[in-house]
Design a protein around this ligand. Structure first.
Ligand SMILES: Cc1cc2nc3c(=O)[nH]c(=O)nc-3n(C[C@H](O)[C@H](O)[C@H](O)COP(=O)(O)O)c2cc1C
Length: 476
């Protein structure tokens, strides 16, 4: 094996090496060892450069140069819970997003998953031991704590959070968590009673005060038989998305300080206690707008009819059933700066919907008499006090799209209409794509923009961008 003589390095390189070694409190020989190990373990391009005899400059650590060309480095600490198996999927999800993931398994975690699995999935060595001579000659636990851009703990067990909240450092995971100066993201997972326990509540509150971020836990079925409640670890995709948000450079927040109200989904109008009139709205477009507005920094209130969708991150969600409940929730939410009425509110409800189930009888089907529901868009558009500065309605039409939408813009008194063709052939109702026209009232006349077909997420992003543009001039 070749030996390396520091004396023979060129002067500039030697000076750089001396500085770096002094900074890290190591001999120059040890510093070279660390760098070579870094190069082969973590930086294939440096390893390749070295093997070609190219003396690459001594690269900064991932944390030092994060945000430049390098991928993000994540230290993933896996605690000893049933959800540890899901952390193996999380490794993949983080890597799909371009991150390099170094996994630390606690002793308890190794009861659920093995270091072999973690290192095979991460393509990195898996770390388990604080007192590991192979890693500690260069303070390995400090490097895992600092040579990264983010520390993720998934699952974060009750025990691990208790240790963090109290500053313990008696194993590799807790020592890293105490020594890191990077953002920590916890994905707690535990039995609902453990999560609700006063000690866990105290520890979580302390950790949040300390600046630690949490994702989940979610509500649902637990691994234990007949156990349900809040305590399920957030899904790997949710954790990866939250991690990505920390690693992305801060996004512009053009709607910061604006209160935005959005309605979404269908309404259900009861016929009797078990039957109702509904429509095919999925709520996807309204939820996408809520997510985009929240991402733009707005304070978002989402009032939703019955749909199967989760509340987007950072959005205050109120669920309602009928048009009248939706109007009541809207009135509670006012005043707002911007109101976007994307819900497909039923035009009619059944008069005298009974408290008992209608029965079949000799007299034939019962007559259903309909009456008009309140018009939420018109009500808010025509408010004398508390009218939002920008009111946007949706027109879902199956024919004469632009004529109907233009008439609706004039009739309802709103400022903009997003018009979409919801004929069954378009697949818009329930689908993921939409083709819209944006009608804007300017100086009494309507201007019309035809947008190309795109995903509902993209429609939402484009609409929020238009609102942000208008916010400067129209919205006080
Ligand atoms: C089968 C089994 C499942 C467990 N699941 C969890 C869990 O989901 N969450 C939790 O906080 N503790 C759970 N525990 C308890 C932890 O394993 C225990 O508190 C351990 O000390 C945590 O170690 P850690 O700090 O390395 O995570 C479980 C224990 C067993 C035996």
């Amino acid at each position: 094996m070749a030996s390396l003589t520091i004396r023979k390095l060129d002067d500039a390189l030697k000076a750089e090496l001396r500085q770096r070694a002094a900074r890290n409190g190591r001999s120059m020989e040890d510093e070279v060892r660390v760098m070579l190990r870094e190069a082969t373990h973590r930086r294939p391009e440096i390893a390749a450069g070295l093997s070609q005899g190219i003396p690459q400059s001594f690269q900064s650590t991932p944390a030092e140069d994060s945000g430049q060309s390098d991928a993000a480095w994540i230290t993933l600490i896996v605690g000893g819970g049933i959800a540890a198996y899901k952390a193996m999927d999380l490794i993949r999800r983080l890597m799909e997003r371009g991150a390099t993931v170094r996994v630390v398994l606690t002793r308890a975690a190794q009861q659920f998953v093995t270091p072999l699995t973690a290192s095979a999935l991460s393509h990195q060595r898996c770390y388990t031991d604080l007192f590991d001579p192979n890693s500690e000659f260069d303070a390995g636990h400090i490097r895992l704590a600092r040579d990264c851009d983010l520390v993720v703990v998934a699952p974060a067990t009750a025990d691990l959070m208790a240790k963090m909240a109290n500053g313990h450092a008696d194993d590799l995971a807790s020592a890293i968590l105490l020594a890191t100066n990077r953002q920590i993201l916890l994905a707690p997972a535990m039995n609902p009673l453990m999560w609700d326990n006063a000690a866990t509540r105290r520890n979580v509150a302390q950790l949040q005060r300390d600046g630690v971020a949490l994702i989940g836990p979610n509500a649902g079925e637990m691994a234990e038989r007949n156990e349900a409640g809040t305590g399920r670890m957030a899904e790997p995709i949710e954790i990866a998305t939250a991690a990505e948000a920390f690693l992305r450079p801060p996004q512009p927040r053009p709607l910061a300080g604006k209160r935005v109200l959005i309605t979404a989904g269908p309404t259900h109008e009861p016929i009797d206690p078990v039957r109702y009139i509904a429509n095919r709205s999925s709520g996807k477009q309204g939820y996408a707008i809520a997510a985009a507005a929240a991402a733009a920094g707005a304070d978002v209130i989402l009032i939703s009819g019955p749909v199967e969708l989760r509340a987007p991150a950072g959005v205050a969600l109120t669920r309602v059933e009928s048009a009248r409940e939706m109007l009541a929730a809207v009135e509670v939410a006012l005043p707002v700066d911007i109101a976007i009425f994307a819900a497909a509110v039923a035009d009619w409800r059944v008069v005298g919907a009974g408290e008992q189930k209608l029965k079949k009888g000799a007299g034939g089907p019962p007559p259903l008499q309909l009456t008009e529901n309140p018009d939420i868009l018109a009500t808010v558009s025509k408010l004398k006090a508390n009218r939002p500065a920008l009111v946007i309605g949706f027109a879902a039409e199956t024919e004469h799209l632009l004529d109907n939408a233009t008439a609706k813009l004039a009739r309802k008194g709103c400022d903009w209409i997003v018009a979409n063709d919801v004929s069954p052939a378009t697949g818009v109702m329930g689908g993921d794509r939409n083709t819209v026209h944006l009608l804007m009232k300017t100086d009494g006349a309507a201007t019309i923009e035809a947008w190309p077909a795109m995903t509902k997420d993209d429609v939402a992003t484009a609409l929020v961008a238009r609102i942000a543009q208008a916010a400067g001039s129209q919205i006080a």
